[in-house]
Design a protein around this ligand. Structure first.
Ligand code: B4P
Length: 188
């Protein structure tokens, strides 16, 4: 199994590049952001609770996202592998993911971080907010909060994967194809 964590701050291109990658490689795309937005749209209790946090740019509790990923892994046991997009976002999530994959006799192949500076990220997200309907993309303060949460709670995962010799960082600036080529070169 090829299991890749696509990592980076909000707006770095994780969702965009994941969609390009699954077209080329026979992998399953697991985006906790997309899963949470589906719950929101379906108006489930979980979705309504998540909405409040997401709209403020805060993280949803670990147990919620870990549970969602567990369900997806269990229902896709025969997959060739997975692209994890936006997950893990905390050390607790990373540890849970290692354990879940171990239960399936597999592990993370590598974590690739897309790098871009804050002003570029804010610009991209505000641009997407014009027609995405996402409340968290429409307000500069909320976006800045998401970037702060990334620095405070998520960026530490680089050293988590570095310790396992699984960390690669690539430049997230440039055209979609330029970034995609760098990503493919990093995955090998
Ligand atoms: P996510 O859905 O993961 O959203 P995101 O971090 O904003 O990144 P996304 O992948 O969507 O955007 P992309 O960079 O591709 O999270 C949303 C919220 O859900 C979180 O704030 C949190 O509340 C909650 N959540 C999700 N996962 C969680 C977890 N594990 N734990 C707890 N809470 C969780 O693209 C952004 C824009 O840039 C796009 O418009 C794209 O077209 C553009 N773009 C991409 N690449 C570009 C390039 N090279 N040049 C120019 N523009 C580019």
């Amino acid at each position: 199994m090829q299991n890749i964590v696509l990592f980076g701050p909000p707006g770095a291109g994780k969702g965009t590049q994941s969609k390009m990658l699954i077209k080329e490689r026979n992998l399953i795309h697991l985006s906790t952001g997309d899963l949470l937005r589906s719950e929101k749209e379906a108006g489930t209790e979980l979705g309504l609770k998540a909405k409040v946090l997401m709209d403020q740019g805060k993280l949803v509790p670990d147990e919620v996202v870990i549970g969602m990923i567990r369900n997806k892994l269990e229902s896709n046991k025969d997959a060739n592998g997975f692209i994890f997009d936006g997950f893990p976002r905390t050390e607790k999530q990373a540890e849970a993911l290692d354990q879940l994959l171990e239960e399936l006799n597999t592990s993370i192949s590598g974590m690739i971080a897309l790098e871009a500076e804050d002003e570029e990220l804010i610009k991209r997200l505000l641009e997407r907010g014009k027609d995405s309907g996402r409340a968290d993309d429409q307000n500069r303060e909320v976006i800045e909060n998401r970037l702060k949460v990334y620095q405070n709670e998520t960026a530490v995962l680089k050293s988590y994967y570095q310790k396992q010799n699984k960390f690669t960082s690539i430049n997230g600036l440039g055209s979609l194809d330029e970034v995609f080529n760098r990503l493919n070169a990093a995955i090998g």
